[in-house]
Design a protein around this ligand. Structure first.
Ligand code: NAD
Length: 496
């Protein structure tokens, strides 16, 4: 299976212990292209026995890797980063086939994944210990940082390349082994691709293992595996809570990045041109299927009507279509159930009294039965309790909620169990900073939109949006242990 990264390559094996192997059951799962609705390949459905084999290989390989010098680990991650760049066109093509990623989504994925890989390559030389003065006479305290062991990575389908990357690359760099389980919607770009890319490096066999399969069949076995020391999970809050419980029972560290309901606050003195640029990108890029997309627009009543009118014009101007068409901005939703759920939120929001300004239905695609492309949708007269506002709609949907003063804007923004990302547009930076301080989220961006990820900047969700922090030293701490070694140089006086 190595070296062919094309859509037509064989993708129906698991990668365990450096070998491409059939699943024990021989069963496969179809992989549908959301633009054409055609199955373009099949992937293996791993069994619990396959999962056990993956952990066994990982645990065995990790022992030696933990002792590999920093320069060796750095070199492997740099080679991996280079492999990503060398195969960028094939990867973008795979993202379009597998998850309906437009050219912008593909390019962005490569850019962010590259950022995470190159940041991870610096970690081996940054795993520093400490020398801490002791209260006990004649004692020397050393604190070492060591890899945890085996890091389980469970990733979602929406931005599969970089969401797997942000855990896999640092884990390997820090001296761990990995068992990677991608979503069944993105088994290649969130999983199998990593095995092929690592095959182009000098990584020892067994350090990276990829098991494709249904979360409902092998998920619990993975999340609770006794060989797993960290469970890095990105996905929905519902599944994440369950997975964190299983990881906790096993005393594995849960690093959970979950759902969001991100607010985009626009005050009356905001630069509306800039706000609308951010609003259009933050709501509609990758069809709104980003955990840090704008879920709710919270807009001052004095600029509300103009904002709704101009956002509607912008939504209607976006080119829709197949992810394989270079001009497409808004491509297909990943699958039928996601599409139906978001359209249901829109319908219910209108029933609850909102006005549908535009969208709210699928767009026809030439030659495709039952298209998955949803027209960019703007809803006005929305309140926080309406379906498209109180749920993570995960679609190209912009519910716009009015407010009359800053306190109300903050109250509306915070009226959700989630706390992932957000943004504030204001002409007064003091006001914007005050709102950002009061917004209960892990990330807030002033005079921008909420979709930001930089590998050297800590990224976390609070409340129902997660536990733990990704990126930079923060994630290094999740995937490493500290170990205290003391040396009693002089004879110590004990009480007896
Ligand atoms: P999901 O929760 O349905 O699935 C995530 C992963 O969990 C998949 O690989 C799935 O196969 C696996 N899984 C399912 N059941 C499992 C089980 N019992 N045990 C172990 N694993 C199991 O999420 P999704 O639909 O793939 O992704 C969309 C969700 O992810 C949205 O809620 C979005 O907000 C969230 N997300 C969060 C972030 C973040 O950084 N906070 C980033 C991207 C996506």
């Amino acid at each position: 299976m190595s070296n062919d990264f094309s859509v037509d390559a064989e993708w129906d094996k698991l990668y365990i212990g450096g070998e491409w192997t059939e699943s024990e059951s021989g069963e496969t799962i179809p992989n549908e292209d959301p633009s054409t609705r055609e199955v373009f390949t099949e992937v293996a459905a791993a069994t619990e026995a396959d999962v056990d084999a993956a952990y066994e290989a990982a645990a065995a390989a990790q022992e030696e890797w933990a002792d590999a010098p920093p320069a060796r680990r750095q070199a492997v991650v740099e080679q991996f980063d280079e492999a990503v760049q060398n195969h960028r066109d094939e990867i973008i093509e795979l993202l379009a086939h597998e998850v309906g990623g437009s050219a912008i989504m593909g390019e962005t994925s490569i850019q962010i994944a590259g950022d995470h890989a190159s940041e991870a390559a610096t970690l081996p030389r940054r795993m520093k210990g400490e020398h801490v003065t002791s209260n006990i006479p004649g004692k020397e305290n050393l604190v070492q940082r060591e890899p945890k062991g085996v890091v389980t990575v469970i990733s979602p389908w929406n931005f599969p390349l970089n969401l797997s990357m942000r855990a896999v690359a640092p884990a390997i760099a820090a001296g761990n082994a990995v068992v990677l389980k991608p979503s069944t919607e993105s088994p290649i770009t969130g999983g199998l691709l990593f095995a092929k890319l690592f095959e182009e490096t000098d990584i020892p066999d067994g350090l990276v293992n990829v098991v494709t399969g249904r979360g409902s069949e092998i998920g619990d076995h993975i999340a609770s595996h006794p060989e797993s020391d960290v469970v890095s999970f990105t996905g929905s809050t519902e599944v994440g809570q369950h997975v964190a419980g299983l990881a906790g029972e096993n005393l594995a560290v849960p690093a959970m990045e979950l759902g969001g309901n991100n607010a985009f606050v626009v005050t009356d003195d905001a630069d509306l041109d800039r706000a609308l640029d951010g609003a259009t990108f933050g709501s509609f890029v990758h069809q709104g299927q980003v955990c840090i997309s704008i879920n709710r627009h919270i807009v001052h009543e004095d600029v509300y009507d103009e904002y709704v009118e101009r956002l509607t014009e912008r939504a209607e101007s976006l080119p829709l279509g197949s992810a394989h068409d270079d001009d497409t901005i808004v491509g297909p939703i990943v699958n039928e159930s996601q599409r139906d759920e978001m359209l249901d939120y829109v319908e219910r929001t209108v029933e609850q009294g909102a006005t549908l300004e535009t969208g709210g239905e699928t767009a026809d695609l030439d030659g495709v039965d039952d298209s998955l492309v949803v027209k960019p949708t703007v809803l006005s007269g929305v309140t926080n309790d309406m379906a498209a506002a109180c749920n993570e709609h995960f679609g190209p949907i912009a519910p716009v909620i009015p407010f009359s003063d800053v306190d109300e804007a903050v109250e509306l923004a915070n009226a959700t169990e989630y706390g992932l990302s957000g943004a504030v547009h204001s002409g007064d930076l003091e006001v914007a900073k005050d709102i950002a301080d009061r917004m209960e989220t892990g990330n807030v961006h002033i005079n921008d939109q909420p979709i930001n990820d930089e590998a050297h900047v800590p990224f976390s969700g609070i409340g129902a949006s997660g536990v733990g922090t990704y990126n930079s030293d923060a994630f290094l701490h999740e995937i490493t242990e500290t170990k205290w070694i003391s040396i009693q140089h002089d004879a110590r006086e004990y009480p007896f």
